[in-house]
Write a protein that binds this ligand. Structure first.
Ligand SMILES: NC(=O)c1ccc[n+]([C@@H]2O[C@H](COP(=O)([O-])OP(=O)(O)OC[C@H]3O[C@@H](n4cnc5c(N)ncnc54)[C@H](OP(=O)(O)O)[C@@H]3O)[C@@H](O)[C@H]2O)c1
Length: 348
């Protein structure tokens, strides 16, 4: 990608939950866009969207969609990334992919700009954006790891339905109405569209996000485990995850237990590390009931951390509560920050 004053940008999945946020954030952060090309399936081709106060028309994404494109943001599912990303790279675009298609490929950097921006230097045309629940966890834990070392993570998530796309939001709203009308709740999408059974999410909690893998963990849990080790460049880091879907529209919350390397660390030390971290904000004061929630974090750019406590049995152990908007820092903002970092570092 040659250095220019502005860039031609394609958004594959522009009509989806993540694609819409990508366009909103490009606009909000005044990313230097010359042409914005919104792409989707045949279903939405022809639809009009607005970008920087101008109408743009959605086109069907094909292998011919990327001529003169400098940066292509992909969020249309892993299969579309697999089908079209090679054509985009061959046309000269850098692909920043929100799906899980290439995240664990050793030739593809998996990047959270506050944590491992240096990984971008070795990119070969495709850069992967981590899973939403991984991004907020590594962003919150990195300042602690830098200050005190980190050997163990045990995380339980409380994830919003928007993490499963627009259709899951609609399913929660419809089921809520059905429940209040004393009708049977219709479940067709969650916990995983491709699995055998569906369960209602309204007034419920589902301990399954994505499908089960052979070891009994779900694919979402294994993403958190494997991606965290890759981003933190530490295959020996001990990570365990339990991922749960809640009837919340936006923002994932996580209860995280960590063990640091030093045994003389206090809660104040952990709070100070968070205060000094990039993109993380401390909201932690039990005396004023100050802590982040999904509603307070919605539409914000930061990752919020509260409820920091010492473990009562392990001097190296701490508990934290971490919340961020899954569509913003958990997806679209992180991809836009990757693009901004490419420009700042003058990387092709
Ligand atoms: N939601 C999150 O928090 C989140 C976070 C990180 C990553 N992701 C990942 O991002 C991807 C999209 O998620 P989402 O939540 O935005 O889903 P979504 O709201 O369901 O949107 C899906 C988008 O993909 C497009 N699409 C579907 N089939 C296509 C095809 N054959 N060719 C071209 N475009 C096609 C859709 O276009 P139409 O309008 O034509 O159907 C729509 O724009 C998924 O892989 C997801 O895992 C999501």
């Amino acid at each position: 990608m040659a250095k220019k004053s502005s860039y031609n940008v394609a958004v594959v999945g522009a009509t989806g939950a993540v694609g819409q946020k990508v366009m909103e954030i490009l606009e909000d952060r005044k990313f230097p866009v010359a042409e914005l090309r919104p792409l989707s399936s045949k279903r939405s081709a022809g639809k009009k969207l607005t970008f920087n106060n101008e109408e743009v028309t959605v086109q069907e994404a094909t292998t011919d969609s990327f001529s003169n494109i400098d940066i292509a943001f992909f969020s249309a599912g892993g299969a579309i990334t697999e089908q079209l990303s090679k054509a985009a790279v061959e046309s000269g675009a850098v692909v920043i992919d929100n799906t899980s298609a290439f995240r664990m490929d050793k030739d593809v950097p998996l990047v959270v700009p506050e944590v491992n921006p240096e990984a971008l230097e070795s990119h070969k045309g495709i850069i992967a954006n981590p899973n939403c629940s991984t991004i907020q966890m590594v962003a919150a834990l990195n300042p602690i790891k830098e200050a005190f070392g980190l050997s163990r993570i045990v995380v339980s998530t409380y994830q919003a339905v928007s993490g499963a796309g627009w259709a899951a939001n609609e399913e929660l709203k419809n089921q809520t109405q059905q429940y209040l009308n004393e009708e049977e709740m219709v479940a067709e999408i969650l916990p995983a569209g491709s699995d055998k059974k569906n369960y209602p999410i309204a007034f419920n909690a589902l301990p399954q996000i994505d499908v089960f893998t052979e070891n009994g963990y779900t694919a979402e849990e294994m993403k958190m485990i494997n991606e965290t080790k890759k981003i933190m460049s530490n295959p020996d880091l001990s990570v365990a995850a339990t991922c749960v879907r809640l009837p919340v529209i936006n923002s994932h919350a996580e209860s995280i237990y960590i063990e640091v390397d030093n045994d003389d660390v206090s809660v104040k030390d952990i709070q100070d590390a968070i205060k000094g971290g990039k993109g993380v904000v401390l909201q932690d004061d039990p005396s004023t009931q100050t802590y982040p929630t999904p509603l307070s974090a919605a539409d914000k750019y930061d990752v919020f951390v509260g409820r920091i406590r010492e473990d009562l049995d392990n001097k190296k152990g701490f508990h934290l509560w971490v919340v961020t908007d899954n569509l913003v820092k958990g997806a679209a903002l992180n991809t836009v920050q990757i693009a901004e970092t490419l420009l700042e570092k003058d990387l092709k």
